[in-house]
Design a protein around this ligand. Sequence first.
Ligand code: NAD
Ligand code: MG
Length: 393
Amino acid sequence: MTRITVLGATGSIGQNTLDLVARDPARFDVVALTGGRNIAQLASDACKFRAQLAVTAHDDLLDDLRAALAGSGVEAAAGQAALIDAASRPADWTMSAIVGAAGLAPGLKALEQGGTLALANKESLVTAGPLVMETARKHGARIMPVDSEHSAVFQALVGEDMAAVERIIITASGGPFRDWPRSRLATATVAQASAHPNWAMGQRITIDSASLFNKALEVIETKEFFGISPQDIEVLVHPDSLVHALVGFRDGALMAHIGPHDMRHAIGYALNWPDRAALPVARLDLAQVGSLTFEAPDHARFPALRLAGEVMARGGLAGAVFNAAKERALDGFLEGRIGFLQMANTVEEVLSRIYPDNGLIDAGFSLDTVARADHVARVTADQVMMDAAAPHS
Ligand code: NAD
Ligand code: MG
């Protein structure tokens, strides 16, 4: 039996993970499931999978969770310490699928157990890549990438020597606004930004896909996970979302990973590795698909990729600042405080205000220094958004 824990079990990745687990119940022993405000989903899954422990991130929902689990034998807990406790319970395989910087600390705790961490939470690598990789190394833990592009790269690298890799190309759908002129982007609504042309995902990553901030995070994730120089990472817009990534080798070969847009592929690969088990995903009929299209990203309309380049060049905790500013700007957009284009403006302004603070950015990597950089970036982002909203004198 493989003991598994799912952090962020009620989300899009979490539910896709449980879908695979449910198809092979004899193989898995579910240790802990965590969620947020969706107590009904969390409790029903905890009962269905006979989890030891169910945790909501919100202290105020503990009574609701307890009530929903009454008589089930599943332990209920709430809050930050309980999330860490969930990640500390012995498990062989842990899915890290909390959204945002909040996923870092529980993921690190899981790595300390020395098992496998299936990493969907890209923010962990963006905010604290060196800390995450070093924690895994120190405890003999394995990280399996779950982002579709990174899983694709990982698969294209099986049996290959990193020294022969010239470049890594990750694809981007371009999102719902791929063809929109800048003037129209200024008017984009939350509903429009939440409608991804191909993938069904949580709302935050969907909007990040529309702004290309998701791809910006993924470029940094690529650098941290595969240890490749930023100049050897490319982004290619591919509206069909069927080629997830390509690895270019020094002999000129490009190994492309092609598959349907279904996260159960990347999750299942991480769950079954080093085996390839049968997965319930659609089989592509390429004759039916007919053609695949590619184009270069437009940096003028979507500044996120340029900002990611600057963040990697700055190094240190710039990634933590970048991610936190992006999370806050996204909150601002979701709450109607700023427009779509102001998200990138806000992040850029936060970076330029914080970059000179070497004490903050070059403080080294620990949970405390990352939390501090994250906090300062959020406060600064709020200030930038308030400044932008203030009437000009
Ligand atoms: P989601 O919003 O659907 O789910 C997020 C989960 O995290 C939920 O269980 C929620 O309750 C929990 N959560 C939210 N805030 C929390 C907090 N502060 N503390 C603890 N738990 C919290 O998100 P998702 O789309 O499943 O994405 C999860 C992660 O996987 C993200 O990092 C995302 O970038 C990454 N990812 C997602 C996809 C996808 O297809 N959805 C693909 C690649 C990578
Ligand atoms: Mg991705």
